[in-house]
Design a binder for this molecule. Structure first.
Ligand code: BGC
Length: 413
């Protein structure tokens, strides 16, 4: 009996506690789960063979109700989705009624399953007509985005609980305009900078547009944040570099838009130890990692993408965000783990990191694991498996992964 009591006690103590109202969710993005996005720049690049084909991806377009049912079943109380601009405005100024009706059903289904609805307006894909006009390279993109945000606020706004204007502005700019691996495949540093500036302006304009329709709406952004550390702890140059990397990549955009933010959303994946490299200037360990050379010893500490797993970085980042004095949501954090052997620990440790940040006074209101289901991982195609739910792409059947059970260990007081 005494043994049983200790066991039960242990179990209760093992639970991760969050305050009342905490959102425990999972995330997705329209193009990555819906595919079939024929009026977008990504679809066009896929047809040209420049990136892998997405097809119908996880067929979430038709299976959304089943997916939200699973989210409810595994113990989530919130989901983050994105809506597809290229579906809603397939031609400039032409708003597609069917697309709006579709997303109304999606939002209703989320509500019926008891899920708080966090919606991203733009997760990297552009309507083709806008891409042809240069996307966010110029102010044309800013104006178009504000108009789109206003239209959505008018037509879907009352069913959106939490808004995210943009997903990871600098990552988009970097991949699409500097590295050149995503459409429009440019490699131009000055343009990358202009795109970031225009995305900042786009966020501000969209914020204003949404507020005009819905003054009480809660509008934020999904900002990429990485944890930087000096490679050599006591080396002055490495420390300076780590400080600069943190200030620029984590805080520059947030500082610019802080007056137009009701909350901060952060996407956390990367732990980077930075060091001065006399020839190349600056080095980050994730960038220099070659997946093909993954060592046995790496297998517990890296995801299938080769990314270093470091949940403590989330704790530290959340603590640093206290200075903005805004509610914070972790809008993405996840691991590609096709055999599901690292995900349970990763999830527990990440949730614990969030809980520790709350104990340290960070106003964290929710955690969204990336992703609810497996999905199309951009240039990596369908290889990486991020989902709490496994997708068999041949049959489009869903299977809940064992790691999803960790979500039930969470107790919201
Ligand atoms: C993006 C997602 C992507 C995930 C994993 C995030 O940066 O927002 O679209 O799937 O990382 O790579």
């Amino acid at each position: 009996m005494a043994q049983l009591e200790t066991k039960t006690k242990e179990k209760i103590e093992a639970k991760i506690h969050f305050p009342q109202g905490f959102l425990l969710g999972a995330a997705s993005a329209a193009h990555q789960v819906e595919g079939d996005n024929i009026n977008s720049d990504w679809w066009q690049a896929e047809q040209k063979g420049l990136v892998p084909k997405s097809g119908i991806a996880a067929d979430h377009y038709h299976k959304f109700d089943e997916d939200f049912g699973i989210a409810e079943q595994i113990g989530l109380n919130a989901v983050r989705i994105s809506i597809e601009w290229a579906r809603i405005e397939p031609e400039e100024g032409r708003w597609d009624k069917d697309a709006i009706e579709h997303y109304k059903k999606v939002l209703k289904s989320m509500k019926d399953h008891g899920l708080t609805r966090m919606v991203t307006l733009w997760h990297w894909t552009l309507p083709r007509w806008l891409a042809e006009k240069g996307g966010f390279e110029t102010k044309v993109g800013v104006e178009a985005f504000a108009r789109y945000a206003w239209f959505v606020s008018q037509n879907l706004g009352k069913d959106i609980d939490l808004w995210l204007t943009l997903n990871e502005p600098e990552i988009y700019a970097g991949l699409s305009h500097q590295k050149g691996s995503h459409p429009p495949f440019k490699q131009n540093l000055l343009q990358t900078w202009m795109v970031i500036r225009n995305l900042i302006a786009a966020h501000k304009a969209a914020y204003k547009a949404i507020k005009r329709t819905l003054p009480n709406s809660k509008v934020g952004i999904a900002k990429n944040c990485s944890f930087y550390e000096p490679y050599r702890k006591n080396n002055f140059l490495d420390r300076t570099l780590a400080y600069l990397a943190d200030s620029i990549s984590n805080h520059y955009v947030l500082e610019k838009i802080q007056k137009q933010l009701d909350f901060i959303g952060i996407n956390y994946y990367f732990h980077n130890k930075v060091k001065l490299n006399w020839r190349r200037g600056y080095e980050e360990m994730n960038k220099n990692f070659n997946k093909g050379q993954m060592q046995l010893s790496d297998q517990n500490s890296r995801s299938d993408m080769g990314w270093v797993l470091y949940p403590e970085g989330l704790h530290r980042l959340l603590r640093d965000l206290k200075k903005y004095k805004k509610p914070i949501y972790v809008t993405e954090n996840g691991i590609a783990d096709s055999v599901d052997n690292r995900r349970p620990k990763f999830l527990r440790d990440s949730l614990q990191a969030v809980s520790n940040a709350i104990s340290d006074g960070a106003n964290v209101r929710g955690y969204f694991y990336w992703a609810l289901t497996d999905n199309y991982e951009w240039t990596e195609g369908f290889g990486p498996r991020f989902g709490l739910v496994e997708i068999d792409y041949a049959t489009q059947t869903r299977k809940i992964r064992k790691s999803a059970e960790v979500m039930k260990e969470v107790q919201i007081d």
